[in-house]
Design a binder for this molecule. Sequence first.
Ligand code: DQQ
Length: 497
Amino acid sequence: MMMPHSTGQQIDPHLEQAPDLRERLSADRHRPCYHFLPPANWMNDPNGVVQWKGRYHLFYQHNPFGPLWATMHWGHAVSDDLVHWIDLPIALEPTPGSPDEDGCFSGCIVINNGVPTIIYTGVRGDAQLPCLATSDDDDLVTWRKDPRNPVIPAPPSLDLVGFRDHSVWQEEGLWHQLIGAGIRDAGGTALLYTSPDLVRWRYRGPIMTGDRDRDKPFWTGTMWECPDLFPLGDRHLLVASIWDDRRVQTLSYAAAFLGTYREGRFTPEHEEILDPGGHFYAPQTMCDATGRRLMWGWLWEGRGPGAIMEAGWSGVMSLPRLLSLRPDGSLGVEPVPELEILRGEASRIGPVDLPTGQLLPLPSLAGDSIEVAIELEVGDAAEVAVMVRTSPGREEETVIRYNRIGRQLLVDSARSSLDTPSDREARAAVLPLGAGETLRLHIFVDRSVIEVFANDVVAIADRVYPTRADSTGVSLVARGEQARLRSATGWTLASIW
Ligand code: DQQ
């Protein structure tokens, strides 16, 4: 809701109250300090991530009226360094009597002949259709919706489960757009359109369709949300958030297909879950001025609506992640190096042997707003584990466990909280180590957010809600055989607000 300002300008009550809201909620022990989140209330997908006039802009799905999903707006923040963000007014809000009167759903931003343009899904009743909005100010604060909205008046004549979310790029003088969808008897898909001007669109067909058969080892759901297609090295990466219209699925995730895109068709050569932690969804990427491919995802809460209502906020953005195609053809993922400016003084430990079964506490690395970089020689140990957010008597702890035999890394939050109603599934990623290769864990703990990066190829995020203020410990253990800690370095990270 926008309110008239005395100067006649529109101001945003959410923005005016932002510093107070942030201040009030900062006392919440579960609220992250260095991950982006709105001043208060609900946030989900990252939208329209773009670098414009040298600044990074992050828009996001937002309910400014409460901490649960409803009445979708586009929130907005800007950053000069990818780390510190400034709240800006809400960019898009539903307009009564228009094609987005029930919500401004996810979308992206492109620069069309020098004009920043949002392509988003306007929601009116059951209709979810592509809409445009443009801005002519350098800060992307004011947006004008196109009177020709919706620019695609109806989905193509296919039996579809859903039709929403947009990835738009320019190719050979034509705008190309992918819209997320599902074909009822087939599976999730991304539908390709082309246009000379972002207004007149021609339907070209599905660029790739998954398989709704649940017995497939890599299940790709019944509908794809938030498709994103972009070049990565000499390949393309197609990302889709896997939606299950029957809600049978218990874990949500985004799938990444590495492959070849040619003449309107995408042929996958390798597929993987982008982050198997079960909390990373609807990611969106952008290419920055230096050519880096940056990605953010929505980290949803692992606690129920009652606790969320009490807290007054929900949803956190992942750290900005840097994607790459590695020399061996695999997908690389790392936190952006810009985050290093948050580091306080470093504490270093190692090298030190880890006899089997003997816990090594690392008190100098403890905290609930920390970064820890650990390098381990796993040797013949069956398992090595790093415990974070550990209470002194280990009543609460979150375990980052590498299973050498199963070649799996997982974040186990089964004992992260003495409170029962939190989300407790173990999450695993495949991580084979080459001969003599060390395990390199890069762990970010930010109160209720745990983000773990391993060997530049795995990222797992989890949400944990320890009940005890002293659940801040960090420790290490090896099992089966001895392992060796080459080094552990830890930093307390400063708040970004
Ligand atoms: N979130 C948006 C949709 C999208 C979903 C609505 C994915 O556009 O499909 O808030 O989380």
